[in-house]
Ligand binder design. Sequence first.
Ligand code: NAD
Length: 333
Amino acid sequence: MSYDVTVIPGDGIGPEIVDAMRLVVDAVADINWEKQDAGMNVMEAEGTPLPERVLESIRRNKVAIKGPITTPVGKGFRSINVAMRKQLDLYACLRPSYSLKGVKSRYTDIDLVMVRENTEDLYAGIERMVDDDTAESIKLITRSASERIARFAFEYARREGRRLVTAVHKANIMKYSDGLFLESCRHVAESYSDIKFEDRIVDNMCMQLVQHPNKYDVILTENLYGDILSDLCAGLIGGLGIAPGANIGDEIAIFEPTHGSAPSYAGKDKVNPTAIILSSVMMLKHLGEEEAAEKLLKSTAAVIEQSKHVTYDLGGSAGTAEMAAAIVAEIQK
Ligand code: NAD
């Protein structure tokens, strides 16, 4: 079967990792790639970093995969990534972190999944200068979005045979916003007596994840804490180069690595394509292509374990394209 998928190369290291991903996916599945540019590169020509044609393509195909897109720091346009997630109501950000053999890390048996609320919190973009001395950002949390993401986490846990959901919050300080999030999670947990539920305060959770990552399973949290903890979890498994992700709504899903556009590495054929390749494994599963997904995962894991054709972050000296070619060779064995 063939599938229409929107592909957004992004900027920085985006185009080169997307090329690598397309090469390996084409070796296991039949995908019609519909390329759509977005980000800084189209800003000048089209007057917006996120043209309507991009959203139309994603709405039509229902599935997209993207490279990272740079967001100017402290000025300029707002994040296109956040805008896309909001406008397409991709309310769940799913980021698994699992150990791969051959990757140097202090931990060898990590198996965690981050479920991050993707549409509100401090990322709602409600901020302003009150006066010259004062800036204000509003943290927006709703019961409906909190219950929706909690249900997503429990349904995911049940479907994937996971044992524990841990809600992460700061309800001791933000009694209203985080209090509402926690209350919503507790309420939803009551309907899932087969799955254990507990909660942790976010600062404690950071320490817990570094000291005892194996005590945790599915982490359910708000937008900002999820963003930060995702990178922490990537650190546990050996870095951002191998951390995949997906943004999921009721009808549409966009797959993308956890990492950003790493501008200083752009165009150098240096960075690791694994994070976006493992995101494409998630995409193939989402499309129902279980066998292709499994083959791609196994071949990628084998190349990493052999340690011969891997990028600098995995201790090798291969470039992005060489690593992708080695994965294709492994698929064809
Ligand atoms: P980053 O994730 O781009 O890079 C941080 C560091 O992680 C890099 O310097 C590099 O050492 C390492 N790294 C990242 N990807 C790697 C890979 N594939 N292989 C090997 N090493 C890798 O984070 P940043 O520098 O904080 O952000 C750069 C830009 O990316 C910012 O504009 C930010 O807004 C944007 N960003 C976009 C997304 C997205 O598109 N979803 C996500 C995060 C950040």
